[in-house]
Design a protein around this ligand. Structure first.
Ligand code: NAP
Length: 279
């Protein structure tokens, strides 16, 4: 298995592949994370709302891996966006994660009250100044919201916009904006919630390289400039397979076949949280 490449952008060094933990309860996280860390994962994605930061913290601690070799992302939930609450909530996250800092702290969804996003972004920057996080970023922000956040925080300050991205959802316009500001696009639901697994086109492509459809779906993402992927799994075989994508490259013809798949299938669109999506 090859090493996971590191993406460098706006001062952050993020492993291009991480493991997601959405919808994994604490016992499941405590089962899969030690195996994932043993396999070589170093990038872990959690969030306050996943209610599993405690299990992530215990797995990190028990792994014996040096803290500086891990890359931990957590996300502030939308009911903690008032500045003092944000700082307190991050301190709570750190206690649960059993660490002094996270590597990346994100605003989970762009849901702001009448005062808009600036007070919350200001608190996010304060969390970084106070050493609670090394880097900051946003999640589920549209193009306009990304531009606003970059304008407020300053160029070079935000590390990533974490958004849904997979072979069935185009993010070309957003990707161009992120590239212009040197932000990483962190692709969530990179397997389109396992819908990629039974796709005949992906299977056919994978057969040429001795890879599965899921591996093709992930490879397509990480071959793109400044795109990271964070597939979730509770299955150690899948965890190993998802990491085993750095020893082959998709041919131009295969990239074109993947580019030609329908690109309008957004899966994650919670009514109360979703912004007006760009496409
Ligand atoms: N910022 C946000 O708002 C947001 C929203 C959603 C997700 N996320 C993050 O992104 C991560 C990934 O998204 P997701 O978990 O929703 O979807 P996903 O990674 O696209 O899909 C996960 C599903 O794929 C299956 N799977 C994983 N690897 C596989 C493989 N090699 N072969 C076959 N099936 C495989 C898993 O089942 P098994 O357990 O059986 O492997 C699971 O059912 C989340 O865990 C979370 O950390 C962020």
């Amino acid at each position: 298995m090859n090493d996971v490449p590191i993406i460098a952008a706006n001062g952050v060094n993020m492993p291009a592949l991480g493991i997601g933990t959405f919808e994994l309860d604490e016992p499941t996280v405590e089962d899969i994370l030690p195996r994932a860390l043993e396999l070589g994962y170093r990038h872990i994605d959690t969030a306050q709302i996943y209610r599993n930061e405690g299990a992530v913290g215990r797995a990190m601690e028990h792994s014996g891996i040096a803290r500086e070799d891990l890359f931990i992302t957590t996300k502030v939930w939308v009911d903690q966006y008032e500045p003092a609450a944000l700082i307190r909530s991050v301190q709570g996250s750190l206690e649960r994660l059993r660490t002094d800092y996270v590597d990346l702290l994100l605003l989970h969804w762009p849901v702001f009250g009448g005062r808009g996003m600036n007070p919350t972004l200001d608190a996010l920057m304060r969390a970084r100044r106070d050493g609670l996080t090394r880097h900051i970023g946003i999640s589920n922000f549209t193009i306009d919201q990304t531009e606003q956040a970059v304008a407020f925080c300053g160029d070079g300050q935000l590390a990533t916009n974490q958004v849904e991205y997979h072979v069935y959802l185009g993010q070309e316009r957003l990707r161009r904006v992120l590239a212009r500001h040197n932000l990483i696009l962190t692709a969530y639901m990179p397997l389109a919630k396992a819908r990629t697994v039974n796709d005949p086109v992906l299977w056919e492509i994978g057969e040429q390289y001795g890879k599965t459809s899921a591996q093709v779906a992930l490879r397509w993402l990480v071959e793109q400039d400044r795109v990271a992927a964070i597939p979730a799994t509770s299955n150690p075989h899948h965890a190993a397979a998802n990491l085993d994508i750095f020893d082959f490259s998709l041919s131009e013809n295969d990239q074109q076949r993947l580019a030609a798949l329908e690109k309008k299938r957004r899966i994650c669109k919670p009514e109360k949280l979703s912004p007006e999506w760009d496409d």
